[in-house]
Ligand binder design. Structure first.
Ligand SMILES: [Fe+2]
Length: 348
């Protein structure tokens, strides 16, 4: 099983370069579901569906089934009110439905409902069960609403069913809170053709920090009770642990979450290392775990406490093996990897 051969790492648009401008449709025109995206609990018989409406809706439902013309099942969910932190306090309504009792590795069709009607029918393939297969992940970070150069090509690849899930490793929209949150709306509308047809698994980045990461916490749906800041899922033989590297950099939001994540991480990684079904353990965080240049913004050692936990779990459970760290290169768009102890690095 060659997991990393199946991983594509892409570096996409930056916040500072102008180029492709995504048009902004009028959000107030209807109360139909918009910004539709999928995510995943880690259970192959489930799928999360999340969307927004500009006004309250008495309906938060998803019709789904095996035939696009005959959506025979209905699941209902919950709706939350999300108030932006800026002075205007713009309100959005976020809807979440968990589809259950899915047959793994099966193509489904679905449509989200609000009191204004039903959205476009989208399709997805449920995740395969078991560990005897190689998951294909599309992994990237740092994608804005403006200059999202890779989005069109990535959407085509996902539509061609080349991947099992997407992992967006922090920094969305630049920034989702800008213009009273309208930039976040633009971003999620542009993302919908991709994120509505494949689980869009997320990691928090520094550009989500405004109002204690409230746009990230409210707009995405992740497993666990920590609003997507840290959690883990098993996909095939891969244990994917998601962590916040940002807790160390935004101490104004408190330090309790640092301790919570530290103890959770030790427990999660220990259990993962003891689980013989896990062929790979993959820890994803927004900031790199080592520096290949003198950039102290992204490579600040404040995050080392969690890296020390990762090291110690590996040493304790898999000695003499050592963790291998991978870092995306903005220069080449390729993965850099390193044995952190020997500090040897190669690009590949
Ligand atoms: Fe960042």
């Amino acid at each position: 099983m060659d997991f990393f051969a199946a991983v594509t790492y892409l570096l996409v648009g930056t916040s500072s370069v102008s180029g492709l401008i995504i048009p902004r449709p009028a959000m107030e025109a209807t109360n139909l579901p918009e910004q539709i995206h999928l995510s995943w609990s880690g259970n192959p018989t489930e799928m999360y569906v999340t969307w927004a409406t500009p006004s309250p809706s008495t309906v938060t439902s998803v019709k789904f089934g095996l035939d696009a013309a005959n959506l025979t099942s209905t699941a209902t969910g919950t709706s939350t009110v999300f108030v932006d932190g800026a002075k205007a306090h713009k309100v959005r309504y976020i809807h979440r439905v968990t589809l259950v009792n899915l047959v793994p590795a099966t193509r489904y069709y679905y449509s989200c409902g609000s009191d204004a009607g039903w959205a476009t029918v989208y399709t997805f393939r449920s995740i395969q069960a078991g560990t005897e297969w190689s998951p294909r992940l599309l992994v990237y970070g740092d994608m804005g609403s403006v200059n999202a150069r890779s989005l069109q090509e990535m959407t085509k690849e996902v539509q061609a069913d080349r991947y099992d899930l997407v992992l967006h490793v922090g920094d969305f929209a630049y920034d989702m809170d800008n213009s009273n949150g309208d930039v976040g709306d633009d971003f999620l509308r542009a993302l919908e053709p991709l994120a509505a047809i494949i689980p869009y698994v997320t990691v928090v980045g520094n550009h989500e920090q405004k109002y204690n990461f409230s746009h990230y916490r409210n707009r995405f749906t992740c497993p666990g009770n920590d609003e997507g800041m840290f959690y883990s899922i098993n996909v095939g033989p891969l244990h994917l642990t998601v962590m916040s590297t940002e807790f160390y950099f935004f101490l104004r939001y408190g330090v309790t979450q640092i301790y919570n994540q530290y103890y959770w991480l030790a427990k999660d990684l220990t259990a993962a290392a003891e689980n013989a079904d896990n062929g790979w353990i993959f820890v994803a965080g927004h900031r790199p775990m080592y520096c290949s240049n003198p950039d102290m913004v992204d490579c600040n050692p404040r995050g080392n406490i969690d890296y020390a936990v990762i090291d110690s779990v590996w040493v304790q459970k898999t000695q003499p093996g050592r963790p291998v760290w991978y870092r995306g290169s903005k220069q080449t768009g390729r993965l850099l990897h390193s044995d952190r102890k020997s500090n040897a690095r190669t690009e590949g």
